[in-house]
Write a new protein. Sequence first.
Length: 328
Amino acid sequence: MFSKDIGIDLGTANILVYVKGQGIVLNEPSVVAIDSNTKKYLAVGNEAKEMIGRTPGSVTAIKPMKDGVIADFEITEVMLNYFLKKINGKNPLIKPRILICCPSNITNVEKNAIKEAAEKTGARKVFLEEEPKVAAIGAGLDISKPNGSMVIDIGGGTTDIAVLSLGGIVNSTSIKIAGNSFDREIMKYIKNKYKLLIGERTAEKIKLTIGSISCKKKDKMDVRGRDIVTGLPKTITITSEEINEALSGNVNIIVQSVKNILEQTPPELSADIIDKGIVLTGGGSLLEGLDKLLESELKVPIYLASNPLTCVAEGAGIMLENINLIDK
C-alpha cells in the first residue's frame, strides 16, 4: 500500500503540514471550538480562530498547545485528526509516516505525549525532531559540516536558540517568551496604563500593525476595548513607542538567553558564528527592529530568514526526502 510522508510543524499559534511531493498543503491556527454542553467540537483552525472572544457561553475556543507542548491531549488529537483527514480525505486507508517538530529541551513525557497524539490519528510511524534544527535546515543552512551555525527560532509559544554542527545540536535552550507572550504584554500594558481591557486578537493586531522595538518608528493606531472603570466601550490611540515600552522586558530576556548560549559555545564554533552570523526564524522574528537590536547587543551579524513563517515546515520537507535515514 502506498503511504504519504508528512511533516508537521506543531506550533502553539499555527499548524503547518508539509506533504512529500506536494509542499506545504495546510497552514491554520492551532485552535478548536468546543460546545461545553455536548463536548463536541464545532470548528477547527481558521473557523475556530474567528470565534475567539466572540462565542456564546456554551462555546469555548481552546488552544490545545501551550508553550510548544500539549496542554490538552484530547483536543490536540481532535485537531490533528481533523487536519490529517482534510489533507488525506480521499485516501482514508493510507497510514502516513509523520515527522513532527517540537521545541528543544522538552521532557520525555512531553515528547511521548506528542508522539502518542500523532499515533492515535493512525500514523504508521512517528518521528520527532527538534525545531531549531529543522528551522535551520529550512532556512538553507548546511548544518552537516563541522562548522558552527546558530539559529534563533521565535515562534508563538517558545523561542528556541541553538548552536548546530555536524548535523546535530551542540548547545540549545528553549524559553517560554515568544509571539503569544508579546500579545499578553501588550494587553497588560494597555490595561495598566489606560484601564482598558482588550482581547488577544486585538493585541495581536496591534503587534502586527505598529509593533516595534525601534525608537525610529512613530506610528499610531486607534484601539477599542472595554473601560474597566465604567464598563463601557472606549477608544484610545496608542503609539509604536508605547508598544516598544511594553515589549522591552520580553525582548531583553531573549537577548540575555542568546548571550548565555554564546557564552557556553566552544571557541572554534564561536568563530564560525561571527563569520556566518545568526539566522532568525519564526513569526516572532518579524517584530520590527528586533534584528537590529540583537545585532547591536550581540556584536554578531543577524540575518532574517527569507521564509521565517514556513522555515520549520520546509525544513521538515527536506528531512522527509531523507526519512529513510532517520528511520533507523
